[in-house]
Design a protein around this ligand. Sequence first.
Ligand code: 26W
Length: 849
Amino acid sequence: MANISLEQQADSLLRTIKHFLITRLGVVIEKASLEDFYYAFCIALREEIMINWTATQATIEQKKARTVNYISMEFLPGRFLSNNIINMGDSELVQRVLAKTGRTLPELISYEPDPGLGNGGLGRLASCLMDSLATLNYPAFGYGLRYQYGIFDQEIWNGVQIERPDCWLLNENPWQYRRDAKAANVYFGGRVIHATNSHGDDITHLEDHEIVRALPYEVPIIGYPSSHYSVLTLKLWSTKESPRNFELQRFNSGQLGQAGENTSLTDVLYPNDNHEIGKRIRLKQEFLLVSASLQNIIHRHFRIHKDIGSFADKVRIQTNDTHPALVIPELVRLLMHDYDVSWKDAWEITRTVCSYTNHTILKEALEEWNEHRISHLLPRQFLIIQKLNGEFLKEVSNKYPGNVEKLQQMSIIEGGQVRMANLSIVGCHKVNGVSALHSSILKNSLFRDFSEFYPGKFINVTNGVTQRRWLLNANPMLSEFLTKRLGKGWITNLTELRKLKSYAQDPETQKEFLEIKRKNKERLIDCLTKENPIRDSHGKIIGNSHSLGPDALFDVQIKRIHEYKRQFMNLLHLIMVFQELKEDQSSRKIKRMVLMGGKAAPGYETAKRIIQLASALSRKINSDPDVNQKLCFNFIESYNVSKAQIIIPAADLSEQISTAGMEASGTGNMKFAMNGALTIGTDDGANVEMREEVTDTWWPFLFGASTEELVELRKKGSYNPKEIYNHNPKIRKAMDFLKDHLAQNENEAHSFRSLHALLLEGFYGDNPDPFFVLKDLEDYYNTQKKVEELYITQSKWAEYAIHNMAGMGKFSTDESIHNYAKLVWEITPCPIDPEIYKTVLDEYSAILK
Ligand code: 26W
C-alpha cells in the first residue's frame, strides 16, 4: 500500500471498520459501543494481516523450508492489539483513524483481555521467542493449549491471596481463528492389540479406547516489518467444542463429572510453577498437546513432501521443558504405525528431530509420572518408553559394566516412576540450559552422568526478551530517546545499544533519561493509586495504594512468589529499614517506594504466607507517620504482562536476589536493565552474564554467597542460621518483630511464626533456612545502603543506568533465536517471497474491484 498517502490509507481503514460494524455487528459507527468498535477495528486490521499471513505460509510451503515447531504448555503473549499495530508499522495510521472517530488507543488497548496462558518465565519466554522467530523470518510454528481459564486473577483480602477465575474468553476474540478442518483425534486408554509392521517390528492397535477431538485456534504472530512482515502461526488446541467429547451415556447414568471430563480437558491452566503435581488431567493435557501437534506437523509435511523419508531433514521440534516430552514415544509410534517405518529408523528420526530446553534445576519441579498412570492412560506410548529404556540401559551397561548405581541414576523408569527429563535427554539430539551458569550446572551437576555419556549433547542458549514489546511497546519515551541517539537499528539489532556508552556522561542525555524515568513513574503512580486497591477480609475495597511521588527510589520485585526467589529476604530488609526509621527518621537520606508483585501457587503455603507478610508490612509501614514520609510499600495485585509493561519502565532498582544457583536465567532482570534500572542481585542465572556485559564497574550492587560457596556449605552441612540471629542485633530485632509484633489476628500470628520457624528451626526435620535468606541478609542490607548513597546523586545514577542499558545488547531473543537456529535447529530464514506476496495481494484486491 506504499503508494497511497497516509490520509487515503486512513480513510480506507475507516471504511473497512464501518463496513464490519454493519456486516458483523449491525451497528453504525455513531451507535457503536467500545466493544463493538474494538472488535470491528481489530478485524479491519486483520484484513491486512491475512495478506501477509497467507503469503508467509505459502512461501514456507513453496520453498520447502525446514521448519521448527515450538511446543509449549504455556504462552504468555500479552495483549495483542498494541503490539500488532507496532509490528505492522501502523502506529501513525491508527492514530489518524482514531482521531477521526473520537476514540483513543489506550481505551481500546485496555479493553482487551491479557491472555494468561502461562505461569511465568517459561511461558513469557515462549512468546518472546515467537516474536523473534517472526521478526527474523524463520519458518516456525508454535503449539500450545487454549485454556478457557488462564492463570487465575489474584485478589488480596486482608493479606490473604484469593484466586478468581480468569475468564479471558468472555467476549469474541478477534485474534484467533477456529480451524475445524484441522481438528485432530487423540486416543486415551484402551486395550493394546499387538501386530507387526513390514519390518517385523512390533506395532500396536487399540480397542475400547476413548477419542478426544482437539480443535485448533490459530493466532497470528506478527514480525516487526522488514519489507513485508512475516506472520507466523501459534496453534492453540481446545477440547471444548467437539460433538463427541461430551460423554452422554455417562451423563445419563448420573456421572456428571466424568461425562464432561474431555470437554473440559483444556479448561484450566495448572497454576503450578516449579512444582510438579502429578495429576491425571495434567497428563491428559500434555498428551493432547503432543499428539494433536504431531499429527498437524506430519499432515503439513505431507502437503509439501511426498514421503516420510525427508521428515528428519525437514522438521525440527523444540520441547519447552519436559511438559511435551511425550512427543518422543508418540513420534516413534506414529512413524512405525502409520508410515511403516522400522523401529531403528523411527528412533533415529525422532532423535534427530527433537530437542529439549530445561528451565529449572529444582528437584520438585522435575516431572515424573507414575508408571501405572501412564500405562493406563497411554498404554502404547508406555510400551515404547519401556523398550527405549531397555535399549538405552543396555548401552549404559556396555559402557559401565556392573555399575548398578549409574543404571539407576540414568534409567528413564525407576522406582515405578517415569522421569520425563531422562526421557527427554535420551530422546533428543540437543539439550540446552537457559543461561551460562544454568547450563554448566546441568552439565556438571544435575545431568552429569548424561553429559558424560553423550558428549556434545548439552549446550547453552542464553535467554533473552523481545525489545519490541519490552522497549518499543512498553516504553515509548525511552524508545524515542534511543532512536534519537542511535537511529532505529536497535529495534531489530539490540547490540546497537552498545553505542549508548558514549552518551553515559553527557549531562543532556542524563537529564533526558531522568525526565523519562520520572514520567514513567508518574504513569505507574497513577495506575497504583487508581487500580491497586486495598481490601478487607470480605474483599471490600477500603483504600488505595500509597505513593511518595516520583522522587522516591522505585525499588521493585515482581515475579512468581517462591522461596528460592527470596521475596522473604526483601521483606526482612524492609522490616530493618522500618525499624531504623522508627528510631530515627533521619537515618535514611532518600525516599524509597518498594513494590512487590507476584502470584503464589494455590497450594504453596509458604508462598501464601510471604504474601500475607508483605500485606501486613504494607499496612504497617504506610500507616505509620514516623516512617511513611520516607518509606512506602505496596503489594501489586494480580501481576501480569500488562502490568509489567507499566511497572518495569518506572523502576529504578531491580530486585534479582535468588539463592545463587537456583534461578535458571530470569528474564525480568533483562527487561528492567534495558529500561534503565540498576540491578541489586546475586550472581545467579543470567545476572552473571549481564554483569559481564555491563562490566563490574557499572554493576555496583552484586551481593551474596556464590553458587560454589553454597554447594560447599550444603555438603558440609555446617550452615547455622541461629548463629547469625544471635550475632547480628539488627537481624535479630527484625526476626523478633516478625514473630511478635506484626500480626493483627490469629491467622497472621500463625503464619508469621511459621515463617520465623522456617528460618530458624526448619520444618519436619528439614534444615532451617534452606534458601540461605539469613546468610545473605547482612550483605543485602549493606548493598541496599550503597544503593541509597548512589541514588542521592541523580546524574551519577543516570550514568550507571545508561551503562546498564548499553550492556543489554546480548539479551534480545533475536540473539537467542539465532543461537537456536545455528546450534540446535540448523534452519535459515525464509522471508516472504515478493512474487508470492504480489500474487496474494492481487488476488485479494481483485475481490475489492
Ligand atoms: C510441572 C510444573 C512446572 C511448571 C512450570 C514446573 C516447572 C515450570 C517452569 C519450568 C518454571 C519456569 O517458568 N522456569 C523459568 O523459566 C524461565 C525461562 O527460561 C527462566 O528465566 C526462569 O529462571 C525459570 O524459573
